[in-house]
Design a binder for this molecule. Structure first.
Ligand SMILES: [Zn+2]
Length: 105
């Protein structure tokens, strides 16, 4: 996996999911929570292989995480290449908590 840096803020209209969880832990959901954007609910469900339910959709949470990441974008790590369909941007919210945004190019 490649790690890149950026100073370009994330466009929230492209974000289909955010993640808030314990730093450097398993990402299956046992150590944190994924929250989805309404406009990508169906596409995100197809991506992961089973439907994203309404209780996993929350615009306020998506906005909060994206806002924090954009305020700290210079510290962010990008786990994808610029041409990839899907971009993953990660920031440490604190030494023990990470925020991640998943978005489509
Ligand atoms: Zn797990």
């Amino acid at each position: 996996m490649n790690t890149n840096q950026t100073t370009t803020p994330i466009d929230i209209t492209k974000v289909f999911a955010v993640y808030s969880g314990k730093a450097d832990q398993c990402r299956c959901g046992c150590a944190g929570k994924y929250t989805y954007a309404k406009q990508y609910q169906q596409e995100a469900g197809e991506r992961r292989g089973y439907a994203v339910t309404d209780d996993e959709v929350n615009a306020t949470t998506v906005a909060k995480v994206v806002r924090f990441i954009n305020e700290h974008i210079a510290e962010a790590e990008i786990f994808s290449e610029p041409g990839d369909h899907e971009q993953i941007v990660n920031v440490y919210f604190s030494p023990v908590r990470e925020y991640t945004a998943y978005y489509f190019n």
